[in-house]
Design a protein around this ligand. Sequence first.
Ligand SMILES: C[S@@+](CC[C@H](N)C(=O)[O-])C[C@H]1O[C@@H](n2cnc3c(N)ncnc32)[C@H](O)[C@@H]1O
Length: 252
Amino acid sequence: MTMRLYNDLADLWPIVSPPAEYMAEAAEWLDIIRSRLDLAAGRRQRPTLLELGCGGGHLLSHLTAHFTAEAVDISERMLALSQRLNPDTRHHPGDMRTVRLGRKFDVVAIHDAVNYMLTAEDLRAAITTAAVHLNTGGVAVLAPDWLRESFSGPRVIDWTRQDAGLDVTFIEYVAQAEPGVATLESVFIFIINQDGQVKVELDRHTGGLFPRALWLDLMADAGLDAEYIQTQGYEGGFGGNLFVGVRRASRG
Ligand SMILES: C[S@@+](CC[C@H](N)C(=O)[O-])C[C@H]1O[C@@H](n2cnc3c(N)ncnc32)[C@H](O)[C@@H]1O
């Protein structure tokens, strides 16, 4: 199923979720990364960062001053938005489960795009991608919106933002598909008011819902010393989950 928000509705992303709203989260990430990143002795250049599933590059836009960054996304439309916002960042089309850039980075981040891993095998593949792109001592940061233990639903969240001559109200409904099932179903409703002409657009997304222990186990399997950190989160109970892993030296 095509996710309209990342395709024909992509231009709504900077309106409903503007880059400025990611500043506090990026500052929190920087503190966490800096306290764990172990750059090889004697290295003087800026640390490098790869974001998988960069979306519009909104979080990334607050990190590019601190890292030499590259970014991957599966959607050409989202890559184009991020490229415009982050012109000095190299962008690559790719799937976080399979992409291999053939280079290693000091930090690999997967922000809320990791929500789109729907099975434990998808999640393992994305975590493996993060790990194989990390230097020894490098840091992986993964930020799912929800964990199995803490999700209770259905939930509804809404807000209105104005930009580009549009007044856009966004309503998200999210619920577990069935009790015990490892996926969440979201319905997005966009109410777009342009000079009193009101249009409504609908979109549906499916996301993964995994227990904390699975995240930590998959990260350990990928050679990461992993920990869970509870962070600020967004309104409505979204976010606030960070899995951070430091790449161990490979054995043998
Ligand atoms: C909510 S957006 C990310 C927004 C981003 N955090 C920002 O700051 O703008 C989620 C992104 O995940 C991307 N995505 C979904 N599945 C993916 C996959 N398998 N590989 C790479 N990107 C993926 C979508 O194309 C979309 O751009």
